[in-house]
Design a protein around this ligand. Structure first.
Ligand code: PMT
Length: 404
């Protein structure tokens, strides 16, 4: 059983912290609570003393003159729920102007924050920069949810449910105990190059050859990696996705993608190629619209450059390369063939004949084929959850390469 320190700061979600404390206590953990003055305006400290069976660390009534040090050293993990914009900013800046913040500065254990605030506050650039900066320092941030907020608006910024927060805290604790690195650590500061979406191969100014890729899989990878603190370069075909990712480089054709890929390849630690790149392109692009004349019209297509194969044959020992395989039949055979011919480290194969996954769906089911013969099936999940799995596996492989 572990010592869990729960920090409660001033927001309407304070009442949920009571459920969180109860959940930890019921699971047999030792729990201590610290509250800011503003938190006490929402829920009284006696509630938390009754639930945790321990004295609450408060600004006006500290158990000892150095309680912040005692509480920090006692904790195996510290979770602040709700974490307001104010507290997030102060923790990022290293400010210690109350007992809770002084304790946070003295922590030697993992710190987890469950933000909760109004949607506009949550999207404020300063708050987003503080969150990104905290992640890069190894602080675990639990994603907020979208929903009806106390201010009666609907949007992002709602604190995750106590059961989800508890699950994440226990997960971090158990990983730490097993001396494993947690998700956030794995990608901090890692440079990831991702390709996404379709390419368009123009025949004349108004006609082109393309495919059904929406870009959702590639964008999910980029968004999740960004949340995990990685530096992202996303090379994207033309898609209908609105994304707040900072550095998206748009391309049209397979040839454009190849050229931009070359410019960004060397600096990447992990390369993930989710784009559906045309294998063939018209050998000639007409400058004017082709007129309808004959009964039959023949189009000559030539092979595009194989970007994945280029990456596979030019990567260094410290780069991890993940290719995709979009198959309608014999998935395992074709995926393994791509793994070896393209010299990839992992092939993420999906069955694109299925309507419930693959192209344009919010879900996917991937089988990962590894160079050492291992394979892992993700089951059907959201593209975001699949992305987390692919990223985690890639990061583990990168760590192994770096340690060899
Ligand atoms: O975009 P979504 O709607 O979310 O759909 C997701 C997806 C189905 C597009 C995605 O999961 C996927 O499977 N992407 C790869 C699509 C594809 O082109 O697969 P492929 O088996 O034809 O190509 C194999 C690999 O080679 C891919 O990594 C591809 O990016 C790469 N390739 C292909 C051709 C080429 N000229 N250069 C390449 O690098």
């Amino acid at each position: 059983m572990s010592n869990i320190l729960v920090g409660v700061t001033g927001g309407i979600a304070c009442y949920k912290a009571a459920y969180l404390v109860r959940e930890f206590v019921r699971a047999g953990h030792n729990v201590k609570v610290m509250m800011t003055k503003n938190a006490e305006k929402f829920v009284g400290h006696t509630t938390f003393e009754a639930l945790s069976l321990n004295k609450v660390l408060r600004d006006d009534d500290t158990p000892t003159p150095i309680s912040h040090i005692d509480y920090a050293l006692w904790a195996d993990i510290c979770i602040i729920a709700p974490a307001t914009a104010n507290i997030i900013g102060k923790i990022n800046a290293g400010i210690a102007d109350n007992e809770l913040l002084s304790t946070v500065l003295a922590l030697t254990c993992p710190l987890v924050l469950a933000p909760a605030m109004n949607t506009n506050m949550f999207h404020n650039i300063a708050v987003q920069e503080n969150i990104k900066s905290l992640k890069s320092k190894g602080v675990n941030i639990i994603d907020t949810e979208s929903g009806l907020l106390a201010c009666q608006t609907t949007g992002e910024g709602k604190m995750a449910e106590p059961s989800q927060i508890a699950e994440k805290v226990i997960y971090i604790l158990s990983n730490r105990k097993n001396n494993l690195q947690i998700e956030n650590d794995l990608l901090n500061g890692i440079n990831i190059l991702i390709t996404a979406g379709p390419t368009k191969e123009y025949i004349d100014p108004v006609r082109y050859i393309t495919n059904k890729s929406s870009g959702k899989m590639g964008y999910a990878l980029a968004e999740e990696a960004y949340k995990m603190g990685a530096n992202i370069t996303l090379i994207s075909g033309e898609v209908n996705i609105s994304s707040s990712l900072p550095d998206i480089k748009f391309v049209t054709s397979a040839d454009d993608m190849y050229n931009l890929f070359l410019d960004n390849f060397n600096g990447a630690d992990i390369i993930i190629m989710a784009a559906a790149v045309a294998d063939y392109t018209p050998d000639y692009k007409h400058n004017n619209k082709i007129k309808k004349k004959d009964e039959v019209m023949e189009l000559k297509l030539i092979k595009t450059k194989d970007i994945l194969a280029y990456a596979g044959h030019n990567k260094t020992d410290n780069q991890v390369l993940v290719g995709f395989a979009a198959e309608t039949d014999n998935m395992e055979e074709y995926a393994k063939d791509k793994l070896s011919k393209k010299n990839a480290d992992i092939i993420a194969a999906n069955d694109v004949s299925r309507k419930d996954i693959g192209f344009d769906s919010d879900n996917n089911e991937i089988t990962l084929y590894f160079k050492n013969g291992d394979k892992r099936n993700t089951g059907k999940q959201s593209k975001s959850d699949i992305a987390k799995i692919i990223l985690t596996e890639s990061a583990i492989l990168l760590n192994e390469k770096r340690n060899n």
